[in-house]
Design a protein around this ligand. Sequence first.
Ligand SMILES: [Zn+2]
Ligand SMILES: [Zn+2]
Length: 157
Amino acid sequence: MNISWLLHLPLPVLLLAVVAVLILGYALLRPTRRRRRDHGLHIARKHGRERSSEWARIAKEHRLREPACMACGYRGKDLQVHHIKPFHLHPHLELDPDNLITLCEAKGRDHHLLLGHLDAWDSYNEHIREDVKHFYRKTAVQIRADLHWQKKMSQRP
Ligand SMILES: [Zn+2]
Ligand SMILES: [Zn+2]
């Protein structure tokens, strides 16, 4: 292949081509999406626990039963199956379907963190089932501004 014609291109065109190739290369090689952190597992490990080998199956079954965030109806990728009572404190409830609820980590809502954990991954909210109704469709800003939520957060376990 004869590429000598390349040398006759004006410099700005060459530079532009190089920049385009670099941008394209970056777009193709960059990791598609940062892996979402498994907060439940992270907290459990701090307490010396691992997830059960049954967890993936139980979580999948739960997602089929409850495919949307219970606090807003969101059905996208940013959903988590949350333990109402944390499984590092209640190991026998790790796989109990009654202890699970679907909550979102959708941008601007963060229902998993705000309602499920009262804004601290180490904490939890045993009244989440009432609270998803009370705070239904509220944004993160609205939730944080709510006096009822602020009181709950200040008294969180
Ligand atoms: Zn959770
Ligand atoms: Zn939500």
